[in-house]
Design a protein around this ligand. Structure first.
Ligand code: IPE
Ligand code: IPE
Ligand code: MG
Length: 241
């Protein structure tokens, strides 16, 4: 049986794949469970997709794990998500090292509970020397937060005389975003059927290919990622030219 993996042209891989992991709550509800059960199962997909990306040689994988707006969810759900985050990061650090994967994080990390922030930093430090896949977690992230922050920092630097107005261009703005060391996504995936961006990487996805699937995140597996990559490879990117 031929698989999507076999159809991928390894010489034309997307360098950076970003994913809006959506549908955990609906997945659980359809099975008569609490939303938290969906988040727990979503972790299995995170593991699978990370492994799949590393296996074929993707350079950057960004996962939208928690948005600035998600702080507005019921407290017990926020708490469960934070606990799941700490647990997973701690448990997965050896596997990340084994697979030569380094962890990075983008977002307003100062809002994370102290313990979560510490464990996150520890895992980032412990995997920093790895040279394979870069796994970027978007945590307490929103694009408008990021852009607002960039404008604040640019105007501050102008005030301090470190920067002049005439230096402001596309590249300079990119360098003030939390994604400064990360290339723009080539492919953006959203699971679970919603056709929106929900405040994710608005600046960075200017020319990304968008892929939407009805599959809920806890059902998204290695072959689902490979299918999205095959779809991407059938597109013609023109960049306005
Ligand atoms: C995505 O699943 C996970 C997070 C946003 C943390 P949801 O929790 O949004 O699940 P649905 O969209 O309500 O089904
Ligand atoms: C986007 O999903 C945020 C994450 C996947 C972390 P949401 O479920 O929060 O977004 P909306 O509410 O459907 O737009
Ligand atoms: Mg959702």
């Amino acid at each position: 049986m031929s698989t999507f993996k076999d159809k991928i042209d390894i010489s034309r891989l997307p360098k950076h794949i970003a994913i809006i992991m959506d549908g955990n709550g609906r997945w659980a509800k359809e099975r008569g469970y609490d939303r938290i059960y969906g988040h727990q199962n979503g972790v299995i997909s995170v593991r699978e997709v990370t492994e799949a990306a590393a296996e074929i040689g993707i350079e950057y994988l960004t996962l939208y794990a928690f948005s600035t707006e998600n702080w507005g969810r019921p407290q017990h759900e926020v708490d469960a998500l934070m606990e799941l985050l700490i647990d997973t990061i701690e448990k997965e650090t050896p596997t990340l090292n084994k697979n030569n994967i380094s962890l990075m994080a983008i977002g307003d990390l100062s809002r994370l509970p102290l313990e979560a922030g510490k464990k996150l930093k520890k895992c980032i430090d412990q995997t920093a020397q790895n040279t394979g896949l870069k796994l970027v977690l978007a945590l307490s992230y929103s694009s408008r937060w990021e852009i607002t922050n960039a404008i604040l920092n640019i105007t501050t630097d102008i005030g301090l005389g470190k920067l002049t107005q005439s230096q402001i261009n596309d590249e300079l703005i990119s360098s003030y975003l939390t994604t400064r060391s990360i290339p723009d996504p080539d492919l953006l995936i959203r699971t679970s059927g919603e056709l929106r961006i929900s405040n994710f990487l608005l600046w960075q996805i200017a020319y990304s290919e968008l892929y939407f699937t009805n599959t809920h995140w806890p059902d998204f597996r290695k072959e689902s990622l490979y299918e999205a990559i095959c779809d991407f490879q059938n597109r013609e990117r023109r960049f306005g030219k």
